[in-house]
Design a protein around this ligand. Structure first.
Ligand SMILES: C[S@@+](CC[C@H](N)C(=O)[O-])C[C@H]1O[C@@H](n2cnc3c(N)ncnc32)[C@H](O)[C@@H]1O
Length: 247
């Protein structure tokens, strides 16, 4: 994959190197040979582009979208906060579009992902293939029904991005190593409150709520004459994160 950055608009375009066609976009036509052999190219409308070789970040933008995906700002924080690494095993639900799955899979030893909706399952399957991910076990099913069948002390992180996560907290979570995290991603703070209430009401001393967070990113535009926050790229609220440790 090649990535073309327009010098005029800052727009980003993706070019499949396996295509034998020239590239057409609203900023003009760019010749295939130019894209493959140059770093700076010019369209027939006179717009200049910088050509880069695509990386994992670019590929993540191009995944097939089904359910709403988690954002990079939140994924980055989960990794730094839980310190999962190349030896870690993650249990995840629901898979959705596979954005979190692919991100985790590129960093850890293994990911097991449950997705309950067949249509979403197929999207994740395609996205995993497209991204050449081989350390994910993808299961079509309800995590609630399977979680107690997982091997004891196997997982370093349980990541939940689904409705009614307290149903999972009611289960026996022997599959999660002690001291490790259940991270739950929920769009509304009332949903996070429900989780905290559930833990308190049920006197769940096996869970310790370590942190509740909302992550913000502010991008800046800097040119010769401008130095200010970007208007378009500001990501406002996405969801809240709760970090629960298994005692
Ligand atoms: C918001 S999406 C997850 C998006 C995903 N984190 C991503 O980044 O692409 C929530 C998904 O959870 C699935 N889901 C809901 N309940 C589930 C359950 N009990 N077990 C497995 N998947 C479930 C839904 O079908 C949906 O695809």
């Amino acid at each position: 994959m090649k990535v073309l950055f327009s010098h005029k608009t800052g727009n980003k375009y993706f070019y499949d190197e396996n295509s034998n066609q020239d590239y057409h976009c609203k900023e003009g036509m760019i010749k295939r040979d130019d894209i493959l052999n140059n770093v700076i190219v010019k369209s027939n409308k006179g717009v200049l582009f910088t050509v880069l070789t695509g990386n994992n970040f670019d590929r993540s933008i191009k995944i097939i979208r089904g359910p709403q995906i988690i954002t990079n700002k939140d994924l980055g924080y989960i990794i730094s906060r839980t310190r999962i690494n190349k030896f870690s095993n993650i249990l995840e639900a629901g898979g959705g579009s596979g954005a979190a799955t692919i991100f985790f899979a590129n960093l850890v030893n293994s990911v097991k992902t449950f997705e309950i909706v067949p249509k979403h399952f197929e999207i994740i399957k395609k996205n995993l293939k497209k991204n050449e991910i081989e350390n994910v076990e993808l299961i079509l099913g309800d995590l609630n029904e399977y979680i107690e069948k997982e091997n004891d002390n196997h997982y370093d992180l349980i990541f939940l991005d689904l409705p009614n996560p307290t149903k999972i907290l009611e289960k026996n979570l022997n599959c999660l190593k002690k001291g490790q995290y259940i991270v739950i991603y929920q769009p509304s703070i009332t949903q996070i409150k429900e989780i905290v209430d559930f833990i308190v009401k049920n006197k769940r001393e096996d869970f310790f709520v370590e942190e509740i967070s909302e992550i913000s990113v502010r991008n800046w535009k800097i040119t010769e004459k401008i130095a200010r926050p970007e208007f378009k790229k500001e990501i406002d609220h996405t969801a809240f994160l709760i970090f629960i440790r298994k005692v």
